[in-house]
Design a protein around this ligand. Structure first.
Ligand SMILES: Cc1ncc(C[n+]2csc(CCOP(=O)(O)OP(=O)(O)O)c2C)c(N)n1
Ligand SMILES: [Mg+2]
Length: 350
């Protein structure tokens, strides 16, 4: 009787202790080097053109399987990954072309992977949803909603266990947030103080379901409060906003070794996947057209012109170079060989 009473009192004492809350609010950097702004434009334009060509190649039957385009969301991958060091880790869900390209993967090898060719990042055996480039610490590309969030926490655990200095960034959609595994991962990351940034790309829809019909909270970053994890929310259609907020979070995570949850409010301009129409019944054409007014690429272009960082002619030259890189990636993929039947069982876990 007295033992259980002691135990109860002990637990009550722990529960009454103030929680070990980590305080953090993002701080804006002083000034951005114009060279970084030009890099942002070039990278976002690359992802956009790459995926426009991907859509065409898919329609021609050159690309098989599921294929989810990132068009509209480019500012999130580009702004966030620019805030990282080269050896920091990135994991993403199935809408992964943009994250992989922003992490520095060769567009030729990414396109070849979409074409299922031996020269692809995963020798043509992964495809659109399973891009991996371990040389660049881009660890995938996962098709199961929420399934990669614990894997990312595991990578962060390894970084901490081995006393390394890297940061892990895990991108996922708002549709993954209500999954049990997301909550388990947030809890463990907070409990064990793992060096990870969870970036929720809230594009307002999970396939055809609006977030209001799937989540009890609309202000998604609130979910972090349940785990006493610092959080932040920002405009994901503005690459500079994304960069400033993520850079500040990266600095905090690297120096204090704690997790942070970020919500980037964004929008996809295309259908959920290549099998869906651009809007469908769950949203109107007017809604999509309205969102396109916030397209991150023309927004940055306007800034570059207004602030006289680049002229119209210089921007056109950048666009032409990118266009050529994308064309070369299609030519490379098209002339690359398909995997042989004999190679079907190689490179697999036994
Ligand atoms: C566990 C699981 N359930 C269902 C699906 C089918 N599915 C594929 S994508 C998707 C919607 C996910 O939406 P969100 O996380 O918001 O990502 P977005 O597609 O908007 O980038 C669903 C339900 C799946 N892949 N995995
Ligand atoms: Mg979504």
């Amino acid at each position: 009787m007295s033992t259980s009473g002691n135990c109860f009192n002990q637990r009550k004492a722990i529960a009454n202790k103030p929680a070990n809350v980590i305080r953090w609010t993002w701080t804006k950097m002083e000034k951005i080097d114009p060279k970084i702004l030009i890099k942002f434009y070039q990278e976002m334009f690359l992802i956009r053109r790459f995926e426009e060509r991907t859509a065409e190649q898919y329609a021609l039957g050159k690309i098989g399987g599921f294929c989810h385009l990132y068009i509209g969301q480019e500012a999130v991958a580009v702004g966030a990954i620019a805030a990282l060091k080269n050896d920091d880790y990135v994991l993403s869900a199935y809408r992964d072309h943009g994250h992989c390209l922003a992490k520095g993967s060769d567009p030729k090898r990414v396109m070849a992977e979409l074409f299922g060719r031996t020269t692809g990042l995963c020798k043509g055996k992964g495809g659109s949803m399973h891009l991996v480039d371990s040389d660049r610490n881009f660890l995938g590309g996962y098709a199961i909603v929420g399934g990669h969030i614990p894997l990312a926490a595991g990578v962060a655990f390894a970084v901490k266990y081995q006393s390394r200095d890297q940061v892990v960034v895990c991108f996922f959609g708002e549709g993954a947030v209500p999954t049990g595994i997301c909550h388990e991962s947030l809890n463990m990351a907070a409990l064990w103080k793992l060096p990870i940034i969870f970036i929720c790309e809230n594009n307002r829809y999970g396939m055809g379901t609006p977030v209001e019909r799937a989540s009890a909270i609309y202000n998604i970053s609130q979910v972090a409060s349940a785990y006493d994890m610092p959080k932040d929310s920002f405009d994901g259609m503005d690459v500079l906003e994304v960069y400033h907020h993520v850079k500040s979070a990266v600095d905090m995570v690297r120096s204090k070794k704690v997790p942070i949850f970020l919500e980037a409010k964004t929008y996809r301009f295309m259908g959920h996947s290549m099998s869906d129409p651009a809007h469908g019944h769950y949203r109107s054409k007017d809604e999509v057209d309205e969102a396109k007014k916030r397209d991150p690429i023309p927004r940055l272009k306007g800034k570059l012109l207004r602030e006289k960082i680049m002229t119209e002619g210089q921007l056109q030259a950048v666009e032409k170079d990118v266009q050529e890189v994308v064309e070369e990636s299609v030519r490379f993929a098209d002339k690359s060989p398909l995997p042989s039947t004999e190679s079907l069982e190689s490179d697999l876990y036994q």
